[in-house]
Design a protein around this ligand. Sequence first.
Ligand code: BGC
Ligand code: NOJ
Length: 813
Amino acid sequence: MDFGHYDDERREYVITRPDTPLPWINYLGSEAYFGIISNTAGGYSFYQDARLRRLTRYRYNGVPSDAGGRYLYLRDDADGTFWSPTWQPTKTDLDAYECRHGLGYTTISSSFAGIEASTRYFVPVGENLEVWDLTVTNTREDAAELSLFSALEFALWDANDDATNFQRNFNIGEVEVVDGVIYHKTEYRERRDHFAYFACSEEVTGFDTQRRFFLGPYRGWDAPAVVEEGEATNSIAHGWAPFGSHHLRLVLEPGERKRVLFVLGYYENPRDRKFDPPGSEVINKEGVLPIIARQLDPAHVDRQFAELGAYWDRILGTLQVDTPDVHTNRMVGTWNAYQNIVTFNLSRSASLFESGVGRGIGFRDSNQDLLGFVHMVPERARQRLLDIAATQLDSGGAYHQYQPLTKRGNDAVGSGFNDDPLWLVIAVVAYLKETGDWSLLDELVPFDNQPGTEAPIEEHLRRSIGYTLANLGPHRLPLIGRADWNDCLNLNTFSEEPGEGFQTATIRDDTVAESVLIGGLFVMAAEEMAAIAQRRGHGDEVEEYRRAAHRMRAAVDEHGWDGNWFRRAYDAFGEPIGSASCAEGQIFIESQGVCGMAGIGLEDGRLARAMQAVNERLATRHGIVVHQPAFTHYDPRLGEISSYPPGYKENAGVFCHANPWIMICETMLGHGDQAHDYYLRINPSAREDISEIHRCEPYVYAQMIAGKDAATHGEAKNSWLTGTAAWSFVAVTQWILGIRPEHDGLRVHPVVPSSWDGFTVTRVFRGVTFTVTVRRTGPGGEVTLRCDGAAIEGDLVAVPTDRDQVAVEVEIG
Ligand code: BGC
Ligand code: NOJ
């Protein structure tokens, strides 16, 4: 079924009916102030931390769905008809509707009874606020007398408290209203120095700040009493539910158009200048008023919107492609790159599937996300690496998550996820290869944020390697700890208590269960460390790392190979998991992908066999599932993986994150057709025409697509914040298109479908623009390169120091 289409020219996804299978969302904001917005204006905003600085209220899992948002109501004052120009919340049958999700903005337009309304929502770059830019046009033959109401609900800052602690919350709500600006200042009297404000560019005839007066008793968003009556009550919230609504009256002549701006923002005062006059309880508005005045100036808003476009042009301009496949082009050039940045900003904290209260910034998550954004925002990537490394423990282990506001490790989740530290190596290496900025390795960063423990990043990486070596099991493979990349393979938890956290419950005995995945990851990381040591002139370390990698390879060869594929793990009793000898879970995707990327079995044909097994046993038309056969019963020896019904999430769902690992392995084997075929199976654009099955947004990756054992095979869940974004981007750009940063330059080695006769890529790398033009002249995989007209040896293009443009011509013969 058709819910919309791409507008590639404008880099927008256009939704043409409001009743999408799920709310299809977009993100506003780029650095500190963020919001989620659905195609019918649902969603919420926060400053930095979706839990601790939540500005507006949203009801997850509510009925009807997607309640709470940035709402507007229009009312025909002649006959009392009212509607929402964004469809929700009144769900009026609009005469026209269109939502355009763009890069950092969303525009929702509609027409009803001859009144057109179009609202563009965006967060200006560098500002802690959002603008709702509304234009109302009267296309009737007569003048229209309209009322316009804005409506949002303020959250009481801590989103968890907001949804649970009503005995307190219903007493603390406070607002001020001055010159039509609504200030939300709950808890400002005490330890908060911040407040929110909601302003309007036009003169208001009234306002409401107490929800119950706006909605009326026992009423919902669909028919607020104030809108029905056409008259605001000028309510002031004392406790209960602080609300923000302006009431404007608009008289529009035929053909007349009126622009109205609303601004919702966050502001922090210096602690000693919070009140005006000092000693009162009144907000000091000296700092915020000039901001409000500026933001309500339409010319300024236009400039800021243009700047937002330029901001994204700059970011996305680092890598553009033109291939014979439209799905590849639009994902790589726009949407996948965009999703990478959003995921970098928010890690796994706030989406329609992540409530913003539970999860901070994940250690392994962010390190992997970095692979997808480092080329676009290298300075921010550098800072992120320093922040992450500061949560590493001096044992080399790592906090599994940290909180974005405090940047401290999260004690509730703790450490002991034994793959975590190695991802730091992978991420730092990606940064070095992208930027050539080796000074990062000398940056001093503490362990566990403890002052006095500062050590260079290079030392942090050594400890990562050391941590694995200090935690080897009976087969000399790495101990798995609480879990490796697959958070749900909990081999030491043995949980029998309902509700107990599978990852956080006490570990019984952590000395036996081992992970082949971590083994493969270690080989990759140790070889990268050898390369680093070589460049840094630490000769003795080079050998050490190589030997360590070699020993791990040998352990994987001996105990990690099952005959036709890589085993997955050994359980707490030393029994293999992911082996033909198992009744269920005989083969897993992760160890094939990770061991393969480490090059294990590449030379001797085992990797090809493993890929064959993946193809035969795990691949479906909707992507590659985690394992087969699915686990049919809960098994305490396996943990959460067996808690999911077969086909969902880690229990044999298509966990998209691991699919690109297989694509990469296929390119390593020279299989361009197979790699790109797998790429398209989970590519959101390629799945657009099965939206009624896929159901999530067709412009971003989802974490999971239900596997073949599921009743809803092909249905996606957990869209937006997923490592799938970064890894898909790496697989397609670095391995299929084959444009790969290396320490010594840009490797250009395409492994593309045999039907492609060529493609071009523009890639900005260390300040130099590489224009790569690829032509197929033969069926094989032989790649020859010319650089600015001259033939070069091999496939590595050095970065010139004397010019900022390089033309690379590639022939695939
Ligand atoms: C999910 C995993 C996730 C883990 C940690 C589990 O319930 O299935 O995908 O990584 O929780 O939050
Ligand atoms: C989601 C988590 O964010 C990630 O860390 C984990 O690797 C995957 N789930 C797989 O379990």
